[in-house]
Ligand binder design. Structure first.
Ligand SMILES: CC(C)(COP(=O)(O)OP(=O)(O)OC[C@H]1O[C@@H](n2cnc3c(N)ncnc32)[C@H](O)[C@@H]1OP(=O)(O)O)[C@@H](O)C(=O)NCCC(=O)NCCS
Length: 182
């Protein structure tokens, strides 16, 4: 699969590079993930992945399964914090759903609302097509209005809702299901 690196200028003038995951990104990815878990309002996940071995194992297993992770990099940032956002396309477990990918995305808090998410999802859609995907699924909490408006703008439609699917901070939360044909 041809892997093209791309550059984008954000609304605030900063520049990011969009590219496929590399080994040097793994800590940045898990640190970003840990920060979103700490925020406690965006993901139905409580446990962070902090051990070096778990982080590396994820990297190798994720790629071995033929999945892709696209990263947005700030070329001026240092160490593993160069990763300012990440978007994964995971496979479903079903043999008959190989044409479908599940999209997950996280943008670091200091890079939100300046266009990274939009650029990264567009880039991810392009790379998912190259992988043979024809359709993407995602799920989102109703309170995540920023996410929902961005997903709709980029071609995702709400296709269902699972009421009270999660119990988060003592309150039940619905899961909104969204799909996009590529
Ligand atoms: C949701 C997320 C991926 C979006 O990425 P982002 O880089 O912040 O998004 P962008 O800047 O590309 O676009 C955000 C859009 O939402 C709009 N927006 C922001 N807050 C909004 C709100 N409360 N209601 C409606 N629209 C809103 C912005 O105006 C912008 O639209 P525009 O480009 O037409 O002006 C990112 O904010 C994030 O990672 N959030 C925390 C983790 C998370 O929610 N992950 C996804 C779980 S499903």
């Amino acid at each position: 699969m041809e892997r093209v690196e791309e550059r984008r200028k954000l609304k605030d003038g900063r520049v990011i590079i969009l590219r496929h995951l590399e080994g040097r990104d793994v800590d940045g990815i898990w640190d970003n993930f840990g920060e979103v878990i700490d925020e406690g309002i965006y993901l139905p996940i409580f446990l962070k992945v902090e051990s070096d071995s778990e982080r590396r194992n994820w990297y190798h297993e994720f790629l071995m399964l033929g999945q892709i992770c696209l990263v947005a990099e700030d070329p001026y940032a240092v160490k593993n914090r160069h990763v300012v956002g990440q978007c994964t396309i995971e496979n479903l477990e079903w043999d008959a759903a190989k044409h479908v990918g599940v999209l997950g995305i996280i943008i670091r808090s200091d890079f939100r609302d300046c266009g990274v998410g939009g650029f990264l999802i567009e880039y991810t859609k392009q790379e998912a097509r190259k992988l043979g995907k024809e359709k993407l699924n995602l799920s989102v909490f109703p309170s995540n209005q920023r996410g929902i408006s961005l997903y709709k703008k980029l071609g995702f439609n709400e296709v269902g809702r699972r009421p009270k699917q999660f119990l988060l901070n003592g309150e039940y939360v619905d899961e909104i299901l969204m799909d996009c044909f590529l």
